[in-house]
Design a protein around this ligand. Structure first.
Ligand SMILES: Cc1cc2nc3c(=O)[nH]c(=O)nc-3n(C[C@H](O)[C@H](O)[C@H](O)COP(=O)(O)OP(=O)(O)OC[C@H]3O[C@@H](n4cnc5c(N)ncnc54)[C@H](O)[C@@H]3O)c2cc1C
Length: 538
């Protein structure tokens, strides 16, 4: 083949990966490119450090993986590229969707069983379930209540309350358990009480302490750059290449390497392969605390792993915040402002306009209007310019403070007239004033002729000065796809064969349409236990 005709790895990757976004089925493994041996990391002459199991990432996948491996007698090193332990887990809100009959479910008289959990997670009438790998979802369901106990036994605490949502009785779809911790972590708590808060820190802090106590070595600011596989793409995974400051280091995993590296939601190129609408301007939730750059997934692909999709819908993929460009940080956080609490019924007091000063969507605060979502509409707006508009009555009613540190610079404005407000946010004044005038007539008539906003949300006219404009940020939140794994969390290649010595879980792995920390915690446990049981590489 002449050089001209050679397909570069990047091109081939791009071309094959497009299939992800166009509906790869549960079996639709991708990533069929094979890197040339020159691109695969060479086996180093000398390893800098070694352990039975190298875990990459210290989040909800990495820590349970490390603990499960060390408890089975393996020596474990955790490599974390960030400055703090915990990944997205430590800044998470702290609600865990677990079921199958946990202690807290029993305490709250919620009937459930492993079979019920499996039935609701594999019911294909719920399109969320369509891309679950059957063996993986069965194993994941079966591990639910046991994992709840496992966490409690390792120091994780829960509140007694429970929030079953999305249905009723034994087949409700979500059962949120509230993690408990005394103090807010680097992320904003989901729920606060005088005793403590619900936050992902309630998972990470105790597990971190437990892991260290068991002898797990955690190295911060150590970024895995490549996986080292014997023969490049053919043999056993032997370890990883790491960048630590200016130093390039080699870590040997005598038994295995586990990827708990999270998702690709912050990787500007990669995520467009899944959804071309996720342009570079859109932040990933967790940034800048976490760099979800997909480097673990990329490293897996380079040594021959397959990529698999898992989500059938986008409603959980995006999130929005008002008056901030960062997702879910507490007041006075160095990472970003919390923004204003505008949600649910409060949408009765606000409208949303685009760059032209026009409404473009029913402002109702639900992820999906049938097949079309609020986010679909927002992503279609020019430059993703989205402003919430409300008046002084609303601001007073909800105590919306548009000033820093609640909001961020250039994210909130007020003015005595709509035309002056429009000038501040760079939208046409006549259009904005006209939009509000028209909306107010819809409130009078009790009917939104443009977007059919529900009547119960058409209650308040926007008429009392001063008027306010608050920026809406869209965030890429949950992912849809990662490295293909089997029910033991062993990574598979494009032929469905196990890549010896390589495991993945949580958001680095695909095939499981379960969002959030329970995906990682349970898969991390599987990976850690199975990795520790491997025979050491000769
Ligand atoms: C603000 C926020 C709120 C959330 N709230 C909830 C909630 O209430 N409930 C819930 O269940 N879920 C919640 N989630 C989602 C949940 O946090 C994630 O699903 C979960 O953390 C994913 O776990 P993970 O271990 O797969 O990845 P992560 O938590 O992202 O951890 C991956 C870790 O690997 C590290 N890493 C990545 N690449 C490398 C590399 N090459 N070398 C070394 N280290 C690397 C990262 O720095 C990171 O620390 C929330 C997420 C966010 C951002």
């Amino acid at each position: 083949m002449s050089d001209k005709n050679k397909i570069t790895r990047r091109q081939l990757f791009k071309d094959t990966a497009i299939v992800v976004g166009t509906g790869a089925a549960a079996t639709g493994v991708l990533g069929s490119f094979t890197p040339t041996p020159a691109e695969a990391a060479p086996v180093p002459k000398k390893w800098d450090q070694e352990a039975d199991v190298i875990v990459v990432g210290s989040g909800p996948t990495g820590l349970p993986a490390a603990i499960s491996a060390v408890e089975k007698g393996a020596s474990v090193i955790v490599l974390e590229q960030g400055k703090e332990v915990g990944g997205c887990g430590v800044i998470a809100g702290g609600i865990l969707d677990l079921g199958g009959g946990t202690r807290i479910q029993k305490l709250n008289n919620i009937p459930d069983s492993l079979q019920h959990l499996f039935e609701r997670r594999s019911d294909y009438k719920d399109r969320n379930n369509k891309r679950n790998d059957p063996a993986l979802i069965r194993a994941w369901c079966d591990a639910n209540p046991g994992t709840f106990d496992w966490m409690e036994q390792r120091g994780v605490r829960f509140m007694d309350k429970l929030s079953p949502t999305g249905g009723s009785g034994a087949l409700h779809t979500s059962v949120y358990h509230y993690l408990f911790v005394e103090k807010e972590g680097p992320g904003a708590a989901f729920f606060k009480s005088p005793e403590g808060v619900t936050s992902g820190a309630g998972l990470i802090r105790p597990l971190e302490a437990y892991a260290k106590n068991k002898g797990v070595k955690i190295l911060l600011e150590h970024k895995m750059t490549r996986i080292i596989r014997k023969g490049g793409t053919t043999g056993r995974v032997l370890g990883v290449e790491v960048q630590a400051g200016r130093r390039k280091l080699y870590f040997k995993g005598k038994k295995a390497v586990i990827l708990g590296t999270g998702s690709w939601k912050g990787n500007r190129f990669f995520r467009k392969l899944f959804d071309p609408r996720i342009t570079d301007d859109l932040k990933a939730s967790g940034e800048p605390f976490v760099n979800a750059d997909g480097s673990g997934i990329r490293a897996g692909l380079e040594v021959g792993a397959a990529l698999v999709s898992d989500r059938a819908i986008d409603i959980a993929l995006f999130r929005r915040k008002f008056g901030t460009k960062h997702y879910n940080f507490p007041l006075n956080s160095p990472y970003g402002a919390p923004g204003l609490d505008i949600h649910g019924s409060r949408m009765a007091d606000a409208i949303i306009v685009n760059k032209s000063g026009m409404r473009f969507v029913n402002e109702q605060d639900i992820g999906s209007f049938g097949t079309y979502s609020y986010f679909d509409a927002s992503l279609a707006q020019e430059d993703h310019v989205l402003w919430t508009i409300f008046d002084d009555s609303a601001a007073k009613k909800y105590k919306w403070d548009i000033n820093p540190p609640v909001t961020e610079k250039d994210c909130a404005f007020s003015a005595p007239t709509l035309v002056e407000l429009a000038k501040l946010i760079n939208v046409p004044g006549d259009a904005l004033a006209g939009t509000v005038r028209k909306y107010n007539t819809y409130v009078d008539e009790g009917k939104d002729l443009d977007f059919d906003k529900p009547k119960n949300l058409l209650k308040s006219k926007i008429e009392t000065p001063p008027f306010f404009a608050v920026w809406i940020s869209l965030f890429v939140h949950d992912t849809c796809g990662g490295l293909a794994v089997n029910a033991k969390c062993q990574v598979l290649d494009i032929d469905g064969k196990v890549i010896p010595g390589l495991y993945a879980g949580g958001e680095a792995a695909g095939g499981l349409d379960v969002i959030g920390m329970p995906r990682g915690i349970i898969m991390g446990r599987f990976a850690g236990e199975n990795a520790a049981a491997e025979r050491p590489a000769p």
